[in-house]
Design a protein around this ligand. Structure first.
Ligand code: PBG
Length: 333
């Protein structure tokens, strides 16, 4: 694009910034509750809302409380929630069988939400880590996280989630070939309309720490996830992964983490023009909350700015633990 800018004083950019009305008129991007997906942590019990200490304001909720949260989200105009289970230690095994149990926490929560608030979209997580005694997203054999056997298990998980009524399947595991396998299985089982939002460019990031506390996987994790999640130094590789997952049947793609990876979000949107999402992850949330609690930043303003930046970078939506607070502020104008 050739850009012509008149020389000063013909061009004075401050004219457009002079009043709130003129700033509103010239604003390029907007943030709305419809841009948000709210991640929720599900735990056992009834009437339970248990705070996650490394994520102030975030709770692990029992299924009945998850339903209340979904109702709240719906009334605020948030179109989707995303479920992550906090699985009891006794159900974590090396064969991860709980992952495809039709009555596991995640599947029970999906059914309960779809019964009570059918209009909200439910997204579910596909990865073995909440069910694996060693904290990895795949099966471990002789110290190696094996790919193909893991994909078979992820397919079973996917089908159980689709049977429970999930609208969007969110594979966060980073195994190779999983999107094609999942899409094929969904088609064969008649789940033609189930969407896949692929965590296509998911980095081996240190920003996930508080999430691993929230799902109870921190203590268990042996080693790191660098053999399957991406190297934070890479950008072209992310484009190849996006292309690969789209070619295998992903409907939407995600970049994760969010704010430190806005360059990747921007590239995905401009190079592919597909529905692009970012995950503002637990560590990003925790940093903003911690600084705000210390009085070092204005937490509410930083929260709003951080989310607007995803829209400017080209994202169609954001998974954020701030979702209900942001939607509330937007509703109040
Ligand atoms: C694991 C998974 C992780 C997150 C979502 N799914 C953590 C990991 O890869 O170890 C992180 C989300 C967050 O930090 O908010 N399948």
């Amino acid at each position: 694009m050739t850009r012509t800018v008149a020389p000063f004083p013909a061009a004075r950019f401050r004219r457009a910034r002079r009043t709130p009305a003129l700033r509103a008129l010239t604003q390029e991007n907007t943030l709305s509750p419809a841009d948000l997906i709210w991640p929720l942590f599900v735990r056992d019990g009834k009437g339970v809302e248990e705070p996650v200490s490394s994520m102030p304001g975030v709770m692990r909720r029992s299924v009945d409380k998850i339903v209340e949260a979904a109702k709240q989200a719906h009334s605020l105009g948030i179109p989707a929630v995303c479920l992550f289970p906090y699985t009891d230690e006794s159900l974590k095994t090396e064969d991860c069988a709980e992952a495809w149990n039709p009555d596991n926490l995640s599947n029970r929560a999906t059914r309960a939400i779809k019964d009570a608030v059918p209009d909200i979209a439910v997204m579910t997580d596909v990865a073995l880590d909440p069910y694996n005694s060693n904290g990895h997203d795949g099966f471990v054999e002789h110290g190696e996280i094996v790919n193909d056997r893991t994909v078979e298990a992820l397919v079973k998980m996917t089908l159980a989630q689709a049977e429970s009524g999930a609208d969007i399947i969110g594979p966060s595991d980073m195994m190779d070939g999983r999107i094609g396998a999942m899409r094929g299985a969904l088609e064969s089982a008649g789940h033609h309309n189930v969407m896949i939002l692929s965590y296509a460019a998911k980095y081996a990031s240190s920003y996930y720490g508080p999430f691993r506390d929230a799902v109870g996987a921190s203590g268990a994790l042996q080693g790191d996830k660098k053999t399957y999640q991406m190297n934070p130094a890479n950008s072209d590789e992310a484009m190849r992964l996006i292309q690969r997952d789209l070619s295998e049947g992903a409907d939407m793609v995600m970049v994760k983490p969010g704010m430190p990876y806005l360059d990747i979000c921007g590239r995905v949107k401009t190079e592919f023009g597909v529905p692009t999402y970012a995950y503002q992850v637990s560590g990003e949330y925790a940093m903003i909350e911690a600084a705000a609690q210390n009085g070092w930043i204005d937490g509410e303003r930083v929260m709003m700015e951080s989310l607007m930046c995803f829209k400017r970078a080209g994202c169609d939506g954001i998974l954020s633990y701030f979702a209900p607070r942001v939607a509330q502020i937007l509703a109040n104008g």
